[in-house]
Write a protein that binds this ligand. Structure first.
Ligand SMILES: C[S@@+](CC[C@H](N)C(=O)[O-])C[C@H]1O[C@@H](n2cnc3c(N)ncnc32)[C@H](O)[C@@H]1O
Length: 242
């Protein structure tokens, strides 16, 4: 008990002490290699689900920078016929995500790979989600200790301007997104204009911004540039093979 109190007093979050975090009503194990999932990331899940008229469709999902696997596994929990792939550059994160898939009963529908964004993949996906690192390198030391000292740097560091991972993800996604697919990518406070510009420069059309409970633009939803008027906006409507 005293050891626990000492760790709490030193600023260690309870989720790190117990190695668990609830996300989308599911319990996820954490490890030193994974971000502690944040409630605002549920905005990505909500934004995606709102665009799926028939949740029984056999959609193919891709989660780039999967960490604990929280985005992919939360979506699989609401999409019973979907399957998905989660990718992370950190082997320890991939192991944790696989354990979570197993414990939550999704290992038959979820596959996890160590990789640099989508470089190891050749197939296309109906839904691509990502919560890339988006903190400016020089701002990491200024974050509250419960973040700076316990979340892995690789999960936080978005480079000099905080946008480097968005550039890499936005560059990788068009080749992997099916013609009627959607990209949903989490952004940091104040990054909406820059992230939208980066996504547009890579040939995707930005459909909307999703706001979190604090009213902050938290997720950009985009789709491939198609023959606009003929496109049906909802994922999985009249799907054709890619
Ligand atoms: C902000 S965390 C998000 C984790 C999880 N998706 C979530 O929302 O809690 C970003 C994740 O991207 C991973 N990552 C960083 N660079 C990567 C890269 N080049 N390729 C794949 N994953 C990467 C990190 O290891 C980390 O797990």
């Amino acid at each position: 008990m005293q050891a626990l109190l000492r760790r709490l007093a030193a600023g260690e979050p309870l989720s790190r002490i117990f190695g668990k975090r609830a996300f989308w009503g599911l319990e996820f194990s954490l490890s030193a290699d994974t971000l502690d999932p944040r409630p605002e990331t549920e905005t990505v899940v909500e934004g995606v689900l709102r665009r799926i008229p028939d949740r029984s469709t056999a959609l193919r999902l891709l989660d780039l920078g999967t960490g604990t696997g929280c985005l992919l596994l939360a979506l699989l929990s609401d999409l019973p016929a979907a399957t998905g792939v989660g990718v992370d550059i950190t082997e320890g994160a991939v192991q944790t995500a696989m354990q979570n898939a197993d414990l939550l009963g999704f290992s038959d529908r979820a596959r996890f790979l160590v990789g640099d964004w989508a470089t190891a993949l050749s197939q296309s996906f109906d839904i691509i989600v990502a919560n890339p690192p988006y903190i400016r390198s020089d701002a990491i030391a200024l974050l509250p200790p419960e973040v700076a000292c316990y979340d892995p740097r690789r999960a936080l560091d978005g480079g000099e301007d905080g946008l480097q991972s968005f550039r890499e993800v936005a560059e990788a996604v068009p080749a992997r997104l099916s013609s009627r697919g959607i990209l949903a990518v989490e952004i940091g406070a104040g990054q909406a204009a820059a992230a939208t510009a980066i996504i547009s420069e890579n040939g995707l059309i930005v459909d909307s911004l999703e706001h979190d409970l604090a009213g902050i633009a938290r997720c950009v939803i985009a789709r491939p540039a198609l023959s606009g008027s003929r496109r049906q906006k909802k994922v999985g409507m009249g799907r054709r093979p890619d």
